[in-house]
Design a protein around this ligand. Structure first.
Ligand SMILES: Nc1nc2c(c(=O)[nH]1)N=C([C@H](O)[C@@H](O)CO)CN2
Length: 127
C-alpha cells in the first residue's frame, strides 16, 4: 500500500490535566501517514481520484481546535478515528507532539497506528 502524508501540521487546542491547561490553548504538531492506493490518482492525474491531503488537513485542524481532551492519548485516537471513518482510510499512523509540555524535554507525545476495523465495532453500536 502507498502512503499520503502530512508532516508538521500545527493546531492550537485545550489539552491537559492541569487547571491552567484547561484555560490556555497549547500547540500540538502532527505527523500523519495514511495508507492509500495512489495508482488511480497517478493514472488519471485528477484530484477526485486522490486522497486530498489539503481536505484532510483542514478537517483535522478543525477537529483538534474544537476538542477539549485531557490526555494526548485521547486526542490522538480521536484524530485517527476521524481520518479512518470520514475519509475511508484503511490505516493511519500518527505522531502527536505536544510542544512545550515538559520544560526539560524537547517535546513529548504519542505515536499510534490504527486501522479502520479498530473503530468498526463502535460505529456498529452507534448505528
Ligand atoms: N501519558 C500522558 N502523560 C501525561 C499527559 C498526557 O496527556 N499523557 N499529560 C500531562 C499534562 O497535561 C502535561 O502535558 C502538562 O505538562 C502529564 N502527563
Amino acid at each position: 500500500m502507498d502512503t499520503v502524508y502530512i508532516r508538521g501540521l500545527k493546531a492550537r487546542t485545550v489539552v491537559g490535566i492541569f487547571e491552567w491547561e484547561r484555560r490556555l490553548p497549547q500547540d500540538v504538531v502532527l505527523d500523519i501517514e495514511m495508507a492509500t492506493d495512489i495508482r488511480p490518482a497517478a493514472s488519471s492525474d485528477a484530484i477526485e481520484d486522490a486522497l486530498d491531503y489539503k481536505t484532510v488537513a483542514k478537517a483535522v485542524v478543525e477537529h483538534v481546535e474544537s476538542s477539549r481532551f485531557q490526555l494526548v492519548e485521547a486526542l490522538a485516537d480521536s484524530i485517527c478515528r476521524l481520518i479512518t471513518v470520514d475519509f475511508g482510510v484503511s490505516e493511519v499512523s500518527l505522531v502527536l507532539n505536544k510542544k512545550g509540555a515538559l520544560s526539560d524535554a524537547a517535546d513529548v507525545g504519542v505515536c499510534i497506528r490504527r486501522r479502520a476495523e479498530d473503530y468498526a465495532a463502535a460505529t456498529e453500536v452507534a448505528e
